[in-house]
Design a binder for this molecule. Sequence first.
Ligand SMILES: Nc1ncnc2c1ncn2[C@@H]1O[C@H](COP(=O)(O)OP(=O)(O)OP(=O)(O)O)[C@@H](O)[C@H]1O
Ligand SMILES: [Mg+2]
Length: 330
Amino acid sequence: MNEKILQVENLKKHFTVEKKQVLQAVNDVSFYVNKGETFGLVGESGCGKSTIGRTIMGLYEKTAGNVMYDGRNVHELTDKEKFGFYRNMQMIFQDPYASLNPRSTVKEVISEPMEVHGLYKSKRKQLDRVYELLEEVGLNRDHANRYPHEFSGGQRQRIGIARALALDPEFIIADEPISALDVSVQAQVVNLLKDLQMEKDLTFLFIAHDLSMVKQISDRIGVMYLGNLVELTASEALYEKPLHPYTKALLSAIPIPDPDIEESRERIILEGELPSPINPPSGCVFRTRCPMAMDICSIEKPQWQEVEQAHYVACHLYDHTIGNRDPVNT
Ligand SMILES: Nc1ncnc2c1ncn2[C@@H]1O[C@H](COP(=O)(O)OP(=O)(O)OP(=O)(O)O)[C@@H](O)[C@H]1O
Ligand SMILES: [Mg+2]
């Protein structure tokens, strides 16, 4: 039986920006993450992925909805409760250059969370743990006294991972942990994360804008567009039978290594600009760029519905097709 460790229910996060305008960064998003799995969250820049991560971590107050972790509502914790609670949940950040304090040595960067939580009474034990963590992420103890700028991007991200592991968390939000890295290094870091997951029984929320990388690491994937989840299902199902026109467009942009297939396949180019989350389109937020848009799409927001087992989509093409699985020439 899968145990749902994280449940995000109708989560909304709106920001008030200049001229008192409301920016709808996250709108009514619902998903859950099973213990031990990797849940991938994808979508283009600005669609609200980091905002979801930060709201789950309690770094942002929610506007509406709930975030339940291990049966507890994270936005109802007192500050004292939060302190203990968030030992279990850590974040790896997108930019390994910006997220490490340049004036701290690697040893200081990794041991800081241990000190904040008073994990070790003895400095010696704490240092031993730093050495152990460095080795776990493929670095070594000689690196402990050096500064972040002395390392390559991939190595810095390993330092960021070691820091995230310092408190022995059970859940890690990895917010585009590989996007700033060279392609050759990306796979190494992904493999490291996979190995650590096996060894430590970790659960991952893996955020990325590149669907091809997310596929390799995720058990299930949620696709976002302009603050909304548009489709969610198991990785294979998403690749083999995408339902939402936006997912189809994203998948069609991934090159296929076989030249015959690559040549014969249709690439879906999305027309038009990404609308602003300050003034999103009425009805379905994707309709202004959707090649399949119908009249109803500007009038009614599509429901988030399970159209096949464990395959969720928000799209009017599927309104009448529950039980009749093949909508309009897919
Ligand atoms: N603190 C904030 N105040 C105001 N607006 C914000 C804030 N944080 C994010 N936003 C806005 O919310 C929207 C979603 O941003 P977010 O950073 O979550 O997107 P993202 O999917 O993580 O993008 P990227 O792939 O570029 O990291 C954007 O329009 C962004 O400008
Ligand atoms: Mg982001």
